[in-house]
Design a protein around this ligand. Structure first.
Ligand code: DAH
Length: 356
């Protein structure tokens, strides 16, 4: 090979530029790149030839070859970007997705318990509550002692507790231990609900060994019984989506003082139950002002802070609202029951669009 001159380079450049422009695919373009700039490419070989040139020739050809290499690399990059953009456009044009197509009928449904918990979260979050959680497996301190059930207290026996084999841990018998966990990890003001599973060794037409509760807790400096009544009255009206008459009856819970149960007015119409009218009363929740001993167990000064708490059975409220006759069917996992009583997973409960 005779020593190339700068004018030879012009010819080479014109030829390769033309090949670059004529490349219609990324693969073709890459072949041109390899033939010109690859290890054994035309330009690379010419650069290797520099070593055999005289000093004067090198002075001219060195920069000329470098310039050519830079120029061609630039052209290749530009062409590459063009081809990539073209490939993307083609993909976008062919791989369309029609967002307006129907999704078909969803085969699964939302369990009424999930639906009701969702509805409760919507109502309480509108009142400024957030959702708190605690473990299903609890210890004696959180499930009982801190809630003012002293060791040996008869109320412990009434909970039909499932104990784990270690004799120390229990399946939580209520969601109230989440009160303790929240007060010990957050400082007031506190406004939470805690939905979740609870367990008691009990089974008949109105009891299942696993059931669901929603706990509520509000702690602040000037919280009183009026707040408790207002929140719960607003809740039941929103939940049953009608005006509901309620009454508070004195009761006893170790962790509240005073304590009450709240009843709603209802009437029976054949097999179904109508909430809001009639002259019967049905108990739906327990509530009260948080006991000073409970505040103290959580290192809160009862002289400074007060609050109220409430707890309700979700399964019963679901049965009442949606007219399901037997509690045990809820957890039998029968697809026919779910198809009948389940909710569309695509419709979200909201106060604007309606809860159910
Ligand atoms: N933990 C109670 C139970 O399972 C329900 C309850 C009653 C919760 C009163 C409360 C409350 O927070 O204030 O029977």
């Amino acid at each position: 090979m005779s020593t190339p001159t700068p004018s030879d380079l012009d010819t080479v450049k014109a030829r390769i530029s033309e090949q670059i422009a004529a490349s219609e695919t990324l693969a073709a373009l890459d072949a041109v790149r390899v033939a010109a700039l690859g290890k054994k490419g035309e330009i690379s070989l010419m650069m290797r030839g520099l070593g055999k040139m005289s000093a004067d020739e090198k002075k001219v050809m060195g920069p000329a070859l470098n310039g050519l290499k830079t120029e061609l690399s630039g052209q290749i990059e530009t062409r590459k970007a063009e081809l990539e953009a073209r490939a993307l456009d083609a993909a976008l044009a062919s791989e369309t997705m029609d967002m307006s197509l129907p999704v078909g009928r969803p085969t699964g449904t939302l369990h009424p318990v999930s639906q009701v918990m969702e509805e409760m979260a919507v109502i309480f979050s509108d009142m400024g509550f957030s959702v708190a959680e605690g473990p299903d497996i609890e210890d004696d301190f959180h499930n009982f002692t801190a809630l003012n059930f002293p060791p040996g207290h008869p109320a412990r026996d009434m909970h039909d507790t499932f104990f784990l084999n270690d004799g120390e841990r229990v399946l939580r018998t209520h969601t109230s231990p989440v009160q303790i966990r929240t007060m010990m990890s957050k400082s007031p003001p506190i406004r939470i609900i805690a939905p979740g599973r609870t367990y008691r060794s009990d089974s008949d037409q109105t009891h299942t060994p696993m059931f669901h509760q929603v706990e509520g807790l509000v702690i602040g400096r000037d919280i009183h019984m009026g707040h408790l009544k207002g929140v719960l009255m607003d809740f039941v009206s929103a939940f049953f989506e009608t005006d509901v008459d309620v009454r508070f009856r004195p009761h006893h819970f170790p962790f509240t003082e005073p304590s009450a149960e709240m009843d709603v007015r209802y009437t029976r119409d054949g097999d179904s139950i109508k909430i809001g009218a009639g002259d019967s009363w049905m108990e739906i929740l327990g509530c009260g002002m948080v006991h000073p001993n409970v505040l103290e167990a959580c290192n809160l000064d009862p002289e400074e802070y007060q609050g109220f708490a409430f707890g309700m059975g979700v399964d019963r409220l679901a049965m009442l609202k949606y007219g399901m006759p037997d509690l045990r069917d809820m957890f039998a996992g029968d697809p026919r029951w779910l198809a009948h009583y389940g909710f569309s997973p695509l419709l979200q409960a909201s106060l604007e669009s309606g809860l159910s």
